[in-house]
Write a protein that binds this ligand. Structure first.
Ligand code: DC
Length: 226
């Protein structure tokens, strides 16, 4: 169907990509794919196998044979790796601290990109990540680059953690961690976080979630009707 397009949403950590991507997918009855969760799942697997995070060969091998599955859950999408549910564990500190290193391994990216293209090939997909518009789906009909100030992203993450009862330090510590991750993600050699030339930049610092969803939905609708 002509209206089953590919929507790529990229941007730095905690810019609200997954919240917005999920709502946009729901509105258009599209499939939502959280590619960050896939890199987190491989990181979890490496830690579970007690591999050193700099053991590039062993982690690459693990990624090549990993089966990652998404299943609908009541509150959130459930994530499984090699049959084990990791939905909660991939959001923990151990995974968050090591995921930048794992996602910088070329063979891990090659395998994740292959799996992501397979998931997206039929269209009707909203995929969020860092390199979707540039590398994974360079022909996506709609590409959004979602940004927000580091201070605002830290504030949102802090509130979210408070609500969930997760202790992750002070607001200043969170902001420092976010800035460090931005730097690692945008300076790595393979698929760094950069805006695709044909992506539309959206700054959500002073926008509500609904406003961002409305803006992206309008862009998609315009594309479908063109
Ligand atoms: O979006 P997130 O915070 O769950 O992503 C986790 C990590 O995975 C992040 O440090 C960057 C990396 N990532 C990536 O390199 N490429 C993607 N397409 C998605 C995430």
């Amino acid at each position: 169907m002509a209206e089953d397009i590919q929507v790529a949403i990229d941007g730095p950590a905690s810019a609200g990509k997954s919240t917005v991507a999920k709502l946009v997918a729901k509105r258009f009855k599209y499939v939502y794919c959280d590619t960050g969760a896939m890199y987190r799942a491989i990181t979890w697997l490496a830690l579970d196998h007690q591999l050193a995070i700099n053991d590039v060969d062993a982690i690459s091998e693990l990624a090549k044979h990993a089966t990652i599955e998404f299943k609908p859950g009541e509150e959130e999408q459930r994530v499984f790796v090699n049959g084990t549910e990791v939905t909660k564990d991939i959001r923990g500190n151990a995974v968050s601290k090591n995921v930048s290193a794992v996602s910088a391994i070329p063979a891990v990216r090659t395998e994740m990109t292959r799996q992501q293209r397979e998931i997206a090939k039929k269209g009707g997909i909203v995929m969020d990540g860092r390199d979707i518009g540039t590398t994974v789906l360079p022909n996506a009909e709609v590409k959004i680059f979602l940004v927000a100030s580091a201070h605002e992203r830290a504030r949102r993450r802090y509130e979210e953690n408070q609500e969930k009862g997760i202790h992750t330090g002070t607001l200043a510590e969170l902001q420092a961690a976010i800035e460090l991750r931005d730097k690692k993600d945008s300076t790595r050699k393979v698929s760094p976080l950069v805006q695709a030339a044909d992506a539309i930049k959206l700054d959500s610092t002073n926008l509500t979630i609904d406003q961002v969803v409305d803006k992206i939905s309008a862009i998609i609708t315009k594309k479908i009707n063109n």
